[in-house]
Design a protein around this ligand. Sequence first.
Ligand code: GLN
Length: 240
Amino acid sequence: MKLTIGWLYAATMNIYGDRGNVIALRRRAEWRGIPAEVHEIGLGDPIPPDVDLFFWGGGQDQEQDAVARDMAGDKGKTLRAAVDDGAALLAVCGGYQLLGHEFRPHAAAPQPGIGLFDAVSIAGPERFIGNVVVDSQWGELVGFENHSGLTTLGPGAQPMGRVRIGRGNNGRDGTEGAIYRNAVGCYLHGSVLPKNPALADWLIARALERRHGHVELEPLPTPLEDAARESAIARAKATR
Ligand code: GLN
């Protein structure tokens, strides 16, 4: 059993510590004796057939433009097919936005998304910056948001959680992120997975199940992770 991670646009969309998510996924597999490989999938690169877990980080609006063009067409179709076939995926902020139908930046042409999530994102008048606490199926999640994009989910999408502290998808409807099969999109930078090991392990287990049937991951002690999450939640509460 091996975990193969595809890191989408590592060189062009990797801000606010998002690389920490790839490190967390790899290490939480290796701590369980599961070898993990990371393949960077950049501009012009095809989607490798053996990737079972994708990560796509955040970027600036202008970097998103080149990436949106790269992902349009067959590449996006291949990524959607992999998720429909059971691959797991985590996308944060700009990556999340381009997995919807479209992202409309300020004063620039709309960027096409691949429509994995039934969602549309439009750059809003203010930047949402701050700590976010979300109630989700993985319990309380904490992260840091920094986006102007306002994401509205359509009837075909379910949110990853409800915002307890912070703004989330759009600061209006109380939702944060989106889920489709084993794909999760969200605005939680930080990076999100080291402080939220339940979500990391869920992604690893779903990815492995694509080729190996039902997977029960051996529980790992998470004292440092829990302390980091509690500390971040306390900071979020203090800045409310
Ligand atoms: N398009 C993103 C935004 O809404 C870019 C920022 C990000 O990916 N963190 O601001």
